[in-house]
Design a protein around this ligand. Sequence first.
Ligand SMILES: [Cu+2]
Length: 149
Amino acid sequence: MKVIRTLAVLAVAALAWFAHPSALAQRMPLVTVYKSPTCGCCKDWVKHLEANGFRVDAHDVADVDRIKQNLGVRPQYASCHTAIAEGYTLEGHVPASDIKRLLAERPKGRGLAVPGMPGGSPGMESAPKQPYATLLIDDQGGARVFEQH
Ligand SMILES: [Cu+2]
């Protein structure tokens, strides 16, 4: 009986902890974003991440291309901003749902990229909608389709 009571107390304590807003915020992954200070769609992508519960640390930098090169993002996969989440590179307007799936599945590879700036992707809602794919960049710098949108 004592064991059951102890388990019940622990369960209630765990529920209280998980339901606590600051505890929830603590568990959301941090996304570090590098962008040009004049990039409007980059700011809109940051808002999209925050609206989906991510913590965002955004940095305005003069040379975003150098960061892309350092992270091994080939020019054909490049977009406006570049970000890092838990060791993965995120290039361009990657939807929050894809980032959540990436961090849950943790596939081998460098990270995700949405090349260019497809209309209708998160942060690019003002441009006409077009189909696009989120790519998974592999360790050799190549890529395959991770999700179709
Ligand atoms: Cu953009």
